[in-house]
Design a protein. Structure first.
Length: 202
């Protein structure tokens, strides 16, 4: 008894004939495979990119940096607390709170900061709804936000004590406010007050 074994050429020819006879089914099957593989690749790339972005953000803050906010911003399930009653309660730290933290947690830097959305103007442009951070001279080094070489500096302890009108801009904002000139030493207007740019942070 003989067993017929098709050759490789016969298998290829038979496959091509089947594909040619069922062109619509072949196209749809191929399209489904392409879409599926492409979707997996895109989702994997997006996930890896997001993971890298989050990791970079935490690395920029430093492994030993903790942000403390007053009030209860998270609910019992771990999400943001968006209950209607919290919208009418404005909670903030006072200078006494900062002093208490410094006494309670020694050998650490306690750096207060306040955030607000503002409008900032230069002679070249006006930018609205910009995030503004008011803080101390230690924040730049603690948060790894010191300007790089040739980009100016962070404000000093002396400037803080004198309440000097100086500001450090982010790189993107500085480029938009001063697209053709070096922003260092230039004036910007924040809430009607002139402030001198001393640095451009990363």
């Amino acid at each position: 008894m003989f067993r017929l074994k098709p050759s490789l050429d016969d298998l290829i020819k038979s496959s091509l004939r089947s594909i040619w006879k069922n062109k619509s089914r072949t196209i749809l099957t191929s399209l489904g495979i392409i879409i599926g593989v492409t979707s997996v690749i895109l989702l994997t790339s997006i996930g890896n990119g997001l993971q890298s972005y989050i990791t970079d953000q935490f690395d920029a803050l430093g492994a030993n940096t903790v942000f403390v906010a007053p009030g209860k911003i998270f609910n019992d399930k771990g999400g943001f607390n968006n209950s209607p009653s919290n919208r009418f309660v404005i909670t903030s730290f006072s200078l006494d709170d900062i002093s208490t933290l410094k006494r309670a947690i020694r050998q650490t830097e306690i750096i207060p900061m306040a955030m607000a959305n503002i409008e900032i103007k230069s002679t070249k442009a006006t930018k609205s709804d910009m995030s503004f951070v008011g803080t101390t001279y230690q924040f730049g080094s603690a948060a790894n936000r010191l300007p790089e070489a040739n980009n100016g500096r962070w404000f000093t302890e002396e400037e803080q004590a004198k309440k000097s009108p100086v500001v450090v801009l982010g790189y993107t904002l500085a480029s938009e406010l001063f697209p053709t000139t070096n922003p260092l030493g230039k004036q910007v207007i924040i809430k009607g007050k002139n402030m001198r740019v001393v640095g451009v942070a990363k």
